[in-house]
Write a protein that binds this ligand. Structure first.
Ligand code: HEM
Length: 368
């Protein structure tokens, strides 16, 4: 299935990203000058719409109706998964017991999780009805056409539904939380903001100048400073901060840093610790400095916002396309002004981290 997530496959349906990006752009363009709005909420709606479109072929358009449409409770879903996952050996029991515990907040979480998964399987059933054999134009088409490599059997509707649901849960909140934090850093680091503006002005056309659809191909290599801004945001505030356990399978165990770890042990590395190791990043590891990626030619493999190895994030290319396209479209076309330019960053950590509270801004359209 991983070929469905390759850059080449994803770029074939780049128009799907473009449709939702255009709505994000228009919503922000329509903000009257000086009107305060929450940029974090705007990008969250974009991320939810684009990921659910990719996963279920459903245009939920939460961007189109911000008043009436509540964003679905994906963070609740992640929180409950993290709580249960903390003691994974107790999983079958904790689910059974959890369902019976008379704790209103837990029951509310479980209820919202149930509603979300019911909706997801409804969307998938609709898409299965509309799917034409051989069609491979979307992620869901690819799932419906996928075959088990050993048996040649297709995925069952329940398996398709659970995969598509996993894309939504794993993809929407991670993307929006990453974008929220990226914009926070840029809006609170004047030097980085100025250099980013310079690079984008020189390389990306304004929407008005015929650049409505920013094509992803070739964009990364034209924008080294922009890429450094994104990498530095991933480094300083990775959103996926849960431990990512791996089991030692070698019968002889492994030796890591002078410690012997026997077979059967679960070993975890937490991205936050790796990304803030002062021995590697230096005493200024808690400062947002995109230059460190350029001056020291550090490889992106030194950090692990998407995990590492066989179980690393399958949606990494989708995230990369979304983040770069959103940043280019908004930063190039609007001067974004934070309401509180001295706001201290606080993080909400519910398994997937995000900026606490809104990111209140005003915008002014750039003319050149
Ligand atoms: C900035 C956005 C994202 C971040 C930071 C992120 C991060 C991660 C991380 C750290 C993991 C665990 C990897 C490991 O265990 O080593 C993961 C797994 C996963 N991600 Fe993402 N992700 C993002 C976006 C997406 C998107 C857009 C999708 C799909 C549409 C997606 C789908 C998945 C799936 C299905 C898994 C489970 C893979 C497995 O267990 O084999 N992610 N992600």
């Amino acid at each position: 299935m991983s070929h469905s997530f390759s850059m080449a496959t994803l770029l074939k349906f780049e128009g799907r990203f473009g449709k939702h990006l255009h709505r994000l752009f228009s919503n922000i363009e329509q903000q009257p000058e000086g009107q305060v709005f929450d940029l974090k909420e705007s990008v969250a709606r974009y991320a939810y719409d684009v990921i659910s479109d990719l996963a279920f072929e459903k245009d939920l358009n939460t961007q189109g109706n911000p008043e009436a449409n509540e964003l679905p409770p994906i963070p609740d879903h992640i929180l409950i998964g993290t709580m249960y996952g903390m003691v994974e050996s107790l999983l079958p029991y904790s689910i059974r017991i959890g369902n019976k515990l008379p704790i209103p907040s837990l029951q509310k979480l479980l209820q919202s999780r149930k509603l979300l998964s019911q909706k997801a399987s409804q969307y998938v059933n609709d898409a299965i009805e509309d799917h034409k054999a051989g069609e491979k134009e979307t992620l869901l088409d690819n799932l419906l056409e996928a075959k088990d490599p050993s048996t040649g059997a297709p995925l069952t509707p329940a398996e398709v539904s659970s995969e598509a649901f996993a894309f939504l849960v794993a993809g929407a909140h991670t993307t929006s939380a990453t974008l929220g934090l990226l914009f926070y850093h840029l809006l609170h680091n004047r030097y980085a903001a100025e250099k980013l503006t310079e690079e984008l002005n020189a390389n990306v056309p304004l929407y008005n100048d015929g650049g409505k659809e920013i094509s992803y191909s070739g964009l990364e290599s034209k924008l080294p400073y922009t890429m450094a801004c994104i990498k530095e945001s991933f480094r300083i505030t990775p959103v996926f901060t849960m431990p990512l356990p791996r089991l030692v399978t070698d019968p002889n165990g492994v030796d890591i840093n002078g410690f012997h770890i026997p077979q059967g042990t679960a070993v975890s590395m937490i991205s936050q610790a790796l990304h803030h190791d002062p021995q590697f990043w230096g005493g200024d590891h808690d400062q947002y400095i995109p230059e460190r990626w350029l001056e020291d030619a550090i490889s992106f493999n030194e950090i692990m916002p998407f995990g590492i190895g066989h179980r690393a994030c399958i949606g990494r290319n989708i995230a990369s396309i979304n983040i770069l396209k959103v940043l280019c479209a908004l930063w190039r076309n609007f001067e974004i002004i934070p309401v509180d330019k001295y706001e201290k960053l606080e993080i909400n950590s519910l398994g997937v981290d995000e900026k606490k509270g809104p990111l209140l801004c005003t915008v002014r359209k750039r003319q050149m």
